[in-house]
Design a protein around this ligand. Structure first.
Ligand code: UT7
Length: 359
């Protein structure tokens, strides 16, 4: 059998409709201002989930769009892997909720938790399984409902984060393109610089831990900032080297969107042209695991990702964790499968119509 590569054949994102502007936060009286948030982070607004929306519901919406674009049925999926640090439950995995909502009845499903590096980690796992031949069609999702973990009285965190979901379909293909490298790193000794301390097995939920606000995101911003810049630049260089390419070969860089100043500093370190960097933090804030797949989907929709483009993804997050990946963009369904699926779909439509008119 010819060597299989893992190629992206579909992408989609979902952003909740509830827009929270910097001005909205300013009016809440938390001691912040549009001016501070804009100049320190680049964020102008973010989306918060509406009542009834959760990580799994947003992930399912993004996944449906990605599957539709890939012209793949949920039943064709072998794997649903979902990156998040704001799962619906401690368990079962949010991926299982998505798997059942989609009707992906053949698929295995599990979550990956590497905070803001979760999507790049999930992609690395799915890529590895496809290369190993243990999966052909994988749905890789990054989704977060961070607004439910925010202390709206803590100005150092509540202005930064937002909700949303993004997904890609990754398929085995004989095409010579696909994921070319994936590198992952971690330093668990700095875990308490960005964390949610309560609610797990070490600090189980009690009235006291809830009263102490231990179920909210807490961050030492300055230290996190410095490490983010160095680690993202290092990971990007490593992923480029592993793919056997240089920064000059990259058509678009899609970094994790935590702070526009972090992105600027990484770009300067790498001596990377600014115009090749995709930034949408101004509209979504930091959506952690969802930021890169949302940006992928937006970049593709805006025509900034074209077939044959070489893409660099790079992330940093709690843990600490960081990683990067280089891929050649395919982004459209594999031709032979697309024809077949259209025929299958037409056949199903005829059957559906017949079912309705049959006595
Ligand atoms: O996604 C995972 C990784 N996350 C990150 O990488 C985030 C990394 N960190 C950052 O992006 C930045 O450190 C922040 C945006 C969080 C903070 O920016 P900063 O320039 O590092 O500000 P700072 O923490 O040094 O705070 C400067 C001042 C402080 O006041 P004092 O002590 O100088 O009087 C803060 O209390 O700004 C104050 N401050 C605020 N003022 C108005 C902090 N947050 C706010 C706020 N509004 N929202």
């Amino acid at each position: 059998m010819a060597k299989q590569n893992a190629v992206v054949t579909g992408y989609g994102f979902y952003a909740p409709s509830r827009v929270v502007t910097n001005l909205d936060l300013e009016k809440m009286g938390v001691g912040t201002s549009d001016e501070w948030i804009t100049t320190r982070t680049g964020i102008k607004e973010r989306r918060f989930a509406s009542d009834g929306e959760t990580t799994s519901t947003m992930a399912t919406r993004a996944a449906r769009i990605a599957l539709e674009r890939a012209r793949l049925r949920p039943q064709d999926l072998d794997l649903v892997v979902l990156g998040t640090c704001s799962p619906d439950y401690l368990f079962p995995a949010t991926a299982c909720l998505v798997q059942t909502a989609l009707g992906a009845e053949r698929a295995g499903a599990f979550d990956v938790e590497a905070a803001c590096t979760s999507f790049v980690s999930a992609l690395a796992i799915a890529n590895g399984m496809i290369l190993a031949g243990s999966a052909r069609n994988a749905l890789v999702i990054g989704a977060e409902c961070l607004s439910h973990l925010l202390d709206l009285k803590d100005r150092t965190t509540c202005v930064l984060f937002g909700d949303g979901a993004g997904a890609v379909v990754l398929e085995a293909s004989n095409a010579s393109v696909g994921v070319e490298s994936a590198v992952l790193h971690a330093d668990g000794s700095k875990g308490d610089l960005l964390w949610v301390e309560g609610g797990g097995s070490r600090v189980p939920a009690t009235n006291e831990t809830v009263a102490q606000g231990k179920h909210f995101i807490r961050m030492q911003g300055g230290e996190t900032f410095k490490l983010a810049v160095k680690s993202m630049a290092d990971a990007a260089e490593e992923a480029l080297a592993e793919a056997g390419v240089t920064a000059d070969d990259i058509d678009i860089m899609i970094p994790h969107q935590a702070n526009v100043r972090i992105i600027d500093a990484v770009v300067k370190r790498l001596k990377f042209p600014e115009e090749k960097v995709f930034v949408n933090i101004q509209r979504y804030g930091n959506t952690s695991a969802a930021s890169i797949p949302i940006a992928i989907a937006e970049a593709a929709e805006q025509g900034r990702l074209k077939k044959g483009d070489r893409v660099l993804l790079v992330a940093f997050g709690g843990g600490f964790t960081w990683g990067a990946s280089v891929m050649e963009w395919w982004g459209v369904p594999i031709p032979d499968r697309r024809e077949k699926t259209i025929v299958e779909r037409a056949a199903r439509t005829v059957e559906d119509v017949l079912d309705k008119v049959r006595p």
